[in-house]
Design a binder for this molecule. Structure first.
Ligand code: MG
Length: 331
C-alpha cells in the first residue's frame, strides 16, 4: 500500500526574481512522495500558497493509501484547498503510475518527445541595461521579459538592441486598460511573439476589449486562465493561454485545460513557477501538446536536488526513465 510523505525544500535563485507581483531571492517549495513517485508543490504567494499551508494539506493525507491506477477518482475526491499541494499529489501519482508500468509518461500519453517547442528564458525585472545584458549573456533564442515597471518601453528597447532572439513579454497583471492600450502598440514595434497577462486576472472584459483593438501583438492569459473552466470563460477574449501544473492542480487538469483551449482555437504556452526538475519535468511531458514553452525553472535556481529534463540550449530533452524519469542527484 502506497503512502504519502512530504518534505519542505528551499530553492536559491540565481538572480533576484522581481516581477509585477513582488521580488524574492529564495522560494520555499514542497516535495511529495507517494511510494516511489515524486511530486512538487511551488508556494507562489500571489496564489495564496505558503510552504506551511502546502505541508499542512499534504500531512492531512498521510493516513490515506494510494492506487495510481485510480487517478481520476483520487484527483476528483481530494479535499478542497491548496492547488499546488494537489498538483504535487497528482504529479507523484503519475510518476508512480509510469513506474508501475515501466514507461515514461510521454509514452503512456502517446506523445512524441521530439515535438517539445524550444523553451524561453525569463529575464526578471531590473534596470533596462541589466536586463539587456542578461539576455545577451544567455545566448538563448527565445527571451521572456518581465514587465510592469515604469520603464517598460525602455526595457524592451534595450533588450531588443542586445539580441535578435524571439521576444515575448509578461506584464503579470501589472497594467491598467489605458496603460496596456498605450504600451502594447509601442512595444509591438520591437517584434513580440505575444503579450502575457496585460490586465488584472479578473478583468476578462478588459482582455476582450484589448484584443478587439488589434494592437499589433497577440494577447495571452496566464493569471486569468488557471484551469479548463476559466479557459472556457475566456473564449474570444484572448489569442492564447498559459498552462501551469501549479495553477491547474496537476497534469490531469492541465491536459483538460489544453484540450479546452484547442477547442476554442486558442494557442497554448506551457509554463512553470520557480520549480525544481520534478515539477518542470512533469510539465515537459505535456510539451508536445503545446505551441510555446516557458519551462526554465531549473535554470533559475542554484540548488536543484533533482535531475530530469536536460537543456541543450533552449531544446529540452526528456529523460527515458519510467514515470517522470526524474532522479535525485548524487550528493
Ligand atoms: Mg506569466
Amino acid at each position: 500500500m502506497l503512502k504519502l510523505t512530504c518534505e519542505p525544500i528551499t530553492l536559491d535563485l540565481r538572480t533576484t526574481f522581481r516581477i509585477a507581483h513582488g521580488a524574492s531571492d529564495q522560494r520555499h517549495n514542497v516535495i511529495a512522495h507517494i511510494g516511489e513517485g515524486l511530486g512538487e508543490a511551488a508556494a507562489v504567494a500571489y496564489y495564496g500558497e505558503t510552504q506551511s499551508g502546502i505541508m499542512q494539506y499534504l500531512s492531512s493525507l498521510a493516513e490515506q493509501t494510494w492506487d495510481p491506477f485510480q487517478l481520476e477518482d483520487i484527483i476528483n475526491s481530494l479535499p478542497p484547498g491548496s492547488k499546488a499541494a494537489r498538483a504535487a499529489v497528482d504529479i507523484a501519482l503519475h510518476d508512480s503510475w509510469g513506474k508501475a508500468l515501466g514507461q515514461p509518461l510521454y509514452r503512456l500519453f502517446g506523445l512524441n518527445p521530439g515535438k517539445i517547442p524550444q523553451t524561453s528564458f525569463t529575464i526578471a525585472m531590473d534596470e533596462p541595461e541589466i536586463m539587456a545584458e542578461r539576455a545577451r549573456q544567455s545566448g538563448l533564442p527565445i527571451i521572456k521579459i518581465k514587465l510592469g515597471s515604469p520603464d517598460d518601453e525602455a526595457i524592451v528597447r534595450a533588450v531588443r538592441s542586445a539580441t535578435s532572439a524571439k521576444l515575448r513579454v509578461d506584464a503579470n497583471a501589472g497594467w491598467t486598460r489605458a496603460q496596456a492600450a498605450r504600451l502594447i502598440p509601442r512595444l509591438a514595434q520591437y517584434d513580440l511573439e505575444f503579450v502575457e497577462q496585460p490586465l488584472p486576472a479578473e478583468d476578462i472584459e478588459g482582455l476582450r476589449w484589448l484584443r478587439s483593438q488589434k494592437l499589433g501583438a497577440p494577447i495571452f492569459a496566464d493569471e486569468s486562465a488557471k484551469n479548463a473552466r476559466e479557459v472556457a470563460a475566456l473564449a474570444g477574449a484572448v489569442d492564447g493561454i498559459v498552462v501551469k501544473l501549479m495553477k491547474s492542480g496537476g497534469i490531469r487538469e492541465a491536459m483538460r485545460t489544453i484540450h479546452t483551449a484547442r477547442a476554442l482555437d486558442m494557442q497554448i504556452m506551457l509554463g512553470c513557477m520557480v520549480e525544481t526538475s520534478v515539477g518542470v519535468t512533469a510539465a515537459a511531458h505535456l510539451g508536445p501538446l503545446c505551441d510555446y514553452v516557458d519551462l526554465d525553472g531549473p535554470l533559475l535556481i542554484r540548488n536543484d536536488p533533482y535531475q530530469g529534463v536536460v537543456y541543450q540550449g533552449a531544446t529540452m530533452i526528456l529523460p527515458n526513465g519510467p514515470g517522470l524519469g526524474v532522479v535525485k542527484k548524487a550528493a
